[in-house]
Ligand binder design. Structure first.
Ligand code: OKP
Ligand code: ZN
Length: 344
């Protein structure tokens, strides 16, 4: 299986993350991708290519131009205001403010585009996010050209980003950008299955009122897990998209036996939908040792469900999302891909 990877991800390295009343080293760190890369080289998964530049156009099919421009200039604007460290939101448009008039001040624009406060932006964040999206688009090229599957080793991740907000470590929604690009290049229907521990709120929101993308997510229940305000079972789509979103919220402590039952339900939905392409938002934070999550999957479980995904016999694009037990992230990620290849 082809992997697409850009070393420019290292340009995005936030310095700090607010966490439970203290400040910690960011969980979403450059070493994550290095562990995955090392493991797939160790097992000889296949070639590793650098992304081709598809430009801004496919990004702008999903994200607002004003938001993209904000990401491109936010660091310069932040430092021009005399600020330093990392871009950090400190004010949001209040939910009950009657006017919420747009302000040109950098603090206002940061708060306007920030979903939440844990995600720092540094000088190279835009460049890293841009090449992360390009990695997804380049892996998609391989699948559209006939590869059974390809792996976009994206960093930063993307599934929390809707069309004009960043947060949850995400800036550009790599999976959504690839899904939209596949449609723009002739696919009729795309299924996006999000197996990251966290609900893919950004992807859900982007496709919520559309029937050409079926979005499914298995995740920690909003009562207990970020992003808290989305991911309930009764969110099933609206308008033309009614019935084309499926959420499987699961409680703390969920073991693979239970998670797998939800996965089988999601796979049945995908079979019925008969998409031309399957995009997997591949997060490995369902792992029993993940420091910020609470499912109980083991390394062997990743091999197993990789095989179940292959059982759909669909062209499949894997897009890297989360996973924070850094030292085991390579093994767990590559286990999914190897489990897939064993059955494919
Ligand atoms: C990104 B991905 C909770 C603060 C927010 C953000 C988690 C983002 C996960 N105390 N934590 O889906 O793996
Ligand atoms: Zn996650």
């Amino acid at each position: 299986m082809l992997t697409v990877y850009s070393d420019r991800h290292t340009l995005h390295h936030a310095h700090a993350e607010p966490f439970g009343g203290t400040v910690v080293e960011p969980f979403e760190c450059p070493q994550r991708a290095e562990y995955v890369l090392a493991r797939l080289r160790e097992v000889g998964l296949g070639p590793v290519n650098t992304p081709a530049d598809h430009g801004l156009e496919p990004i702008l099919r999903v994200h607002d131009a004003g938001y993209v421009q904000f990401l491109q200039t936010v660091w310069a604007d932040w430092t021009a205001a005399g600020f330093s460290g990392q871009v950090t939101p400190s004010v949001w448009p209040g939910r009950t403010m009657p006017f919420r008039r747009p302000s040109s001040h950098i603090e206002a624009r940061v708060g306007y585009h920030a979903l939440c406060g844990e995600t720092g932006i540094v000088e190279g964040t835009w460049e890293a996010a841009y090449w992360s999206a390009q990695a997804a688009l380049t892996a998609l090229d391989a699948v559209l050209a006939g590869d059974r599957a390809a792996f976009a080793l994206c960093r930063p991740p993307g599934h929390h980003a809707p069309k004009d907000q960043y947060g949850g470590y995400c800036f550009l929604n790599n999976a959504a950008i690839a899904a939209q690009a596949a449609l723009d290049r002739g696919a009729q229907r795309v299924a996006v299955l999000d197996v990251d521990f966290h609900h893919g709120n950004g992807t859900q929101e982007i496709f919520y009122d559309r029937s050409d993308v079926l979005f499914l997510s298995l995740h920690g229940t909003p009562d207990q897990a970020y992003p808290y305000f989305m991911g309930w079972e009764d969110e099933t789509g609206s308008g033309d998209g009614a019935g084309f979103t499926a959420n499987y919220p699961l409680p703390a402590g969920t073991p693979y036996s239970v998670w797998k039952q939800a996965l089988e339900q999601a796979l049945d939905r995908i079979r019925d939908y008969a998409p031309d392409l399957l995009v997997i938002s591949l997060g490995l934070d369902t792992y029993e040792q993940d420091p910020i999550s609470f499912f109980k999957l083991t390394a062997a479980d990743y091999l197993d469900y990789g095989g179940l995904l292959a059982g759909l016999t669909l062209p499949t694009l894997f897009v890297m999302e989360g996973g924070y037990a850094v030292e085991d992230l390579g093994i767990n990620t590559v286990n999914v891909l190897q489990g897939f290849e064993t059955v494919a």
